[in-house]
Design a binder for this molecule. Sequence first.
Ligand code: OAD
Length: 234
Amino acid sequence: MIRPSDFSSIVVLTGAGISAESGLKTFRDNDGLWEGHRVEEVATPEAFINNPSLVQQFYNTRRQQLQNEAAPNTAHKALAHFQQQYSGSFTLITQNVDNLHEQAGSQNTQHMHGELLKGRCLSTDEIFPWYEDMNEQSLCPCCKSRGNIRPHIVWFGEMPLYMKDIEEQILKCDLLIAIGTSGVVYPAAGFAQLAQAAEACTVELNLEASAVHSDFNHAYYGPATKVVTEFFRT
Ligand code: OAD
């Protein structure tokens, strides 16, 4: 097994698989979130215009589950522990909207698909913490209007966050590790190819081979609590 501490600049990309053993459903596995919902119904700007209460309910349920039922698992913790003692450059990018990396002690996590525990003003785009259910009566703390608020989530058809910074980090890293992501949603699915083109070593840690498994130099398959914990053991 290669050792991350032998590299000087590391980018880690995580997806829903790292939070699966914390009790949060992935999107595309059996019984995943997209099995019970069509993406177009709950995760697009059009859905929010056409049926805001359905969209809000979908994210209210996720927000409640995160706060009431989920806790970081040993994979989140191993990653945070590695980050804390590693002396090189370390960038943690997540597609996850949960805050389990932060709860485990990771810092500067870049949530490229937004954050469940934040809301956004529809008029100003100001972002603020949000822990309760959100609905059409919710008072926006920014503009003080009722209902002028949305979850701080990147929906399909919208641009993921921090892309310029993320691309810069990928182009200068010497190791990119993708954890628990199916490799079907771009641009994140293209990060390994970008890193490989820049001559970085690429590693996949996942339950099974992802859709972009051929973009990785090394792969270790199994549950995140096992493979991530072993990989980042120092
Ligand atoms: P997916 O649900 O597409 O993929 C989850 C991946 O995690 C799969 O490859 C599983 O094999 C793997 N997996 C499941 N359980 C695991 C475990 N215990 N340990 C390790 N791996 C495990 O989730 P993402 O790739 O994160 O976007 O999805 C990407 C984006 O698609 C999400 O951010 C979301 C979704 O639509 C938006 O909502 C914008």
